[in-house]
Design a protein around this ligand. Structure first.
Ligand code: GLY
Ligand code: MN
Ligand code: MN
Length: 464
């Protein structure tokens, strides 16, 4: 966990950057699932977490030169009956290093007549409250709000401190245990649902939630496939994209892809080696001052060379790179910022992910590049190239016309059914290079093949 002093320091730094402009931050509420007494689990807004550490729903914070006042709903009389021991307002304040804790009912009066900057959250009701109390036009996504506050949030959250990195490292370690369990428990005859349940259970048993719905699928060409319905058959590739999130909110985002029957086939092996070479080449480029778009293009180039060798692409490397035809097989960006959000700061879109003056491409493929910054020490981001054989791309008349003969569409058709491979690690830009925080999760063909199927099946481990 982070020290209460950290939140105090962050708030002081925020005020310094805003020349003393007072700030109202609102936390989110848990949306009801089937009734207000049966809510969805609550995940606090990341900016609110960053400046307060307070995960309580419906909280708000007034930050000004007098310190921080936290506004929260006082415990109901029967709260301890239903939810166990509940702390006093003062006791709660001590956790977060705040000066004062007041009942939420006093928030409106405390804001009246003041000049306050604010930002939106993913909870529309709370965003509307922040807008009403500050008189500021604000929206969550695409974000609209106070420009100086937005820029301060982006620049502070984008650089990770040692204390934050310790949380990310812990999440990386625990997630690697989930991957090891998933690989060892993969057997022909199992099901995606068994592996997903086991992976999430290993994280939960070690005190982590998941930062996003774990992707566990033999249909890896569906980039964010949310379903767990398919059996695990010999010849399938299983893609797992998952990441543990610590109670502090910091998490990781890791992908590995392995053969259900324990051995990569000829095509699978060739494609895996190409994706891995692309990933390593991109990581190798990462150091201060390097443009992230070039890191993306390095993966595209390594993949293009293999695709040309394989005959899936045709023509010269220059022609392929110029037309971005590699996107027929690598249709997404090479990664994104990572932090309290898996796609960190994504509510602020390209204001957070792109350097001033740089515009996101509108072309298929690079339009999904979520980041185009020059790397700085303290940036944490993913590197996640992939190779996918996507029926929807084969059928897409506009894309076929764009790339024409540069793609061998007959060969594309011949590879349909292959699925997808993605390899994703979390990389920190350091003073003189980079560090892979997620190195404990097996990645080489030898390490992965050495683990698959070496343990009991996932279903047997969960319910023997
Ligand atoms: N897990 C989502 C992503 O990799 O972007
Ligand atoms: Mn990712
Ligand atoms: Mn991922």
């Amino acid at each position: 966990m982070l020290s209460p002093k950290t939140f105090d320091r962050r708030r002081a730094e925020l005020l310094r950057r805003l020349d003393g402009q007072a700030v109202l931050l609102v936390g989110t509420s848990a949306p009801p699932r089937t009734s207000p007494y049966m809510p969805y689990g609550h995940r606090q807004d990341s900016t609110f977490l960053y400046f307060t550490g307070c995960e309580r729903e419906g909280a708000a914070a007034l930050i000004d030169g007098d310190g921080c006042t936290l506004f929260i709903d006082p415990p109901a009389d029967d709260d301890d009956l239903w939810h166990g021991h509940v702390e006093t307002l003062e006791g709660i304040g001590a956790h977060y290093g705040v000066v004062r804790v007041r009942p939420a009912s006093e928030l409106e009066a405390a804001c009246a007549g003041r000049s306050l900057a604010t930002v939106g959250t993913a909870d529309p009701g709370r965003t509307a409250l922040a807008a009403r109390l500050t008189g500021q036009d604000t929206a969550y996504f695409p974000a609209r709000g106070h420009d100086a506050l937005t820029d301060a949030i982006i620049s502070m959250r984008r650089i990770k401190s040692d204390e934050e990195l310790a949380e990310h490292r812990q999440a990386a370690h625990i997630t690697s245990l989930g991957f090891r369990a998933a690989m060892a428990s993969t057997h022909v005859g199992g099901n995606e649902a068994h592996i997903a349940a086991l992976f999430d259970a290993v994280l939960a048993a070690r005190g982590c939630g998941t930062g996003y719905h774990s992707i566990v699928t033999v249909r890896g060409e569906v980039l964010h496939n949310p379903h767990y319905v398919n059996p695990l058959a010999a010849g399938d590739l299983l893609l797992l994209d998952g990441g543990g999130e610590r109670p502090s909110g910091y998490g990781v985002d890791i992908t590995r892809t392995w053969p259900v029957d324990g051995r990569y086939s000829g095509r699978q092996r060739a494609a895996y080696e190409a994706v891995l070479a692309a990933e390593l080449a991109s990581i190798d480029l990462c150091r201060p001052g390097v443009r992230y778009r070039d890191v993306h293009m390095k993966s595209a180039e390594v993949l293009a060379r293999w695709l040309l060798d394989e005959g899936l692409l045709r023509g010269s490397l220059d022609a392929v790179m110029e037309s971005h035809a590699t996107a027929a097989f690598f249709p997404h960006g090479v990664g994104h910022l990572l932090g309290l959000d898996t796609h960190d700061l994504e509510q602020f879109w390209d204001r957070a992910g792109y350097a001033p003056g740089r515009e996101r491409s509108t072309e298929f493929g690079t339009a999904y590049l979520r980041m185009d910054l020059d790397l700085e020490p303290g940036f944490l981001f993913t590197i996640e190239p992939g190779f996918y054989v996507v029926p929807g791309i084969l059928r897409n008349a506009a894309l076929r016309e764009t790339w024409g003969d540069l793609v061998d569409w007959d060969k594309y058709a011949d590879w349909i059914g292959f699925g997808g491979i993605r390899i994703e690690d979390d990389v920190l830009c350091t003073e003189d290079g980079s560090e892979v925080l997620t190195h404990e999760t097996p990645k080489t063909i030898a390490d992965v093949e050495g683990l698959i199927g070496t343990g009991a099946s996932a279903l047997d481990r969960l319910s023997p």
